[in-house]
Design a protein around this ligand. Structure first.
Ligand code: SAH
Length: 342
């Protein structure tokens, strides 16, 4: 048994053959799944009934339910999606001019334990399977045509590499939903082995790296992952990645008042990031989280100072604003923000 939404288009034929099923039906199966977007094999009426029964048995469609929707005034929607075992994840839909971005989760909770992140504060329950990640996307697209995906929801994608990559390849596949690779951004907190694997895929997914601090002392305090892979090793890995793939890396820097917002931090960040070819920086004011009332959003002056220091150092930098604050205020794990494409 294999879930239908975990099978890449080119895998259908051999898998059908292996089971003694009619391989010539592969294209019809793909059309039902990714042109008609069926959510049950009973809806695949182009296929004979007995064959549909085979499909139900051998390739069930993942059970995923939309449990809750909350919408904010700016049009951002947060969806809660429940799976068969009772676990649930959030996915966020962010409309912008000419763009409809979905932020997806790859794990229930997160093991990384970043101090400012709500989902890390409760540890990880389990990783999502590829078909569950695809299910998240398919529920999202019922709200409109998704133009971009950011893997910035709950979980660390490089800690669930295989399933995440399978899901993204499926969503990207021409005979699947066909969402362009350059419209899919993976965000990692810096799980170093993931970079080499991603570079070896030869797919043009975008990569973001959550940096949030310019040196080991501060970064290890905010992000426990830094105790395993320190900032020098991480940035060296990033430089290898951009050199090998000729693709940019965007560093995310969440600014927390009186924690990582000094001019010295900005200058150190500029010095460090300069050593990575084709690096960009996104500055994001912290979204307050319930479990750390001591972490506050920086004021406008600090944001502009940070921006100024980086720009003076000729680093391509963007200041991001949070989106969907009213409906999603308590949520620190799904960052609601506006993501522009290069
Ligand atoms: N684990 C991955 C992806 C999920 S987190 C990663 O770390 O990149 C997505 C982004 O949201 C990360 O940059 C993360 O640091 C950021 N984030 C988490 N909590 C936040 C908060 N309270 N305010 C602003 N950004 C936050």
């Amino acid at each position: 048994m294999k879930y239908a939404w975990s099978i890449l288009p080119e895998e259908w034929k051999p898998i059908l053959v292996e089971r003694g099923l009619r391989a010539f039906r592969a294209d019809q199966i793909l059309q039902s799944l990714y042109r008609d977007y069926i959510s049950s094999w009973d809806e695949a009426t182009t296929l004979p009934k007995d064959f549909r029964e085979d499909l139900k048995r051998e390739f069930p469609i993942t059970e995923a339910k939309l449990l809750e929707t909350s919408e904010s005034e700016d049009g951002t929607k947060k969806l809660l999606i429940g799976f068969a075992d009772g676990n649930s994840v959030e996915t966020v839909l962010i409309p912008a001019t000419g763009r409809f971005t979905q932020c997806i989760s790859t794990q229930v909770g997160c093991a990384m334990g970043c101090a400012f992140c709500a989902s890390g504060s409760r540890g990880v329950v389990r990783s999502l399977t590829a078909d569950e990640i695809v299910a998240e996307y398919l529920i999202g697209r019922k709200f409109g045509e998704i133009t971009n995906i950011v893997v910035m929801g709950m979980g660390e994608p490089f800690a669930n590499y295989e399933e995440t990559m399978r899901a993204l390849k499926l969503i990207n596949a021409g005979k699947g939903p066909n969402l362009g690779a350059r419209h899919i951004t993976i965000s990692t907190c810096g799980v170093v082995p993931g970079f080499k694997k991603l570079a070896a895929e030869g797919i043009q997914f975008e990569l973001s790296v959550s940096l949030h601090a310019p040196n080991d002392a501060l970064r290890s305090e905010l992000m426990p992952v830094n105790r395993k892979w320190g900032i020098d090793e991480l940035l060296e890995t990033c430089a290898e990645y951009t050199t090998k793939t000729k693709r940019i890396i965007t560093f995310e820097y969440t600014i927390i008042k009186d924690v990582n917002d000094s001019r010295a931090c900005a200058e150190e960040l500029a010095r460090r990031v300069k050593r990575v070819p084709m690096a960009k920086v996104n500055l994001i004011p912290l979204s307050p989280v319930d479990h750390r009332p001591d972490f506050k959003t920086p004021d406008e002056k600090t944001l502009l100072m940070f921006l100024d220091v980086l720009m003076k150092n000729k680093i391509q930098t963007m200041l991001r604003r949070s989106r969907g604050k009213d409906a999603n205020a308590a949520c620190g794990q799904l960052r609601l923000r506006h993501i522009d494409k290069v």
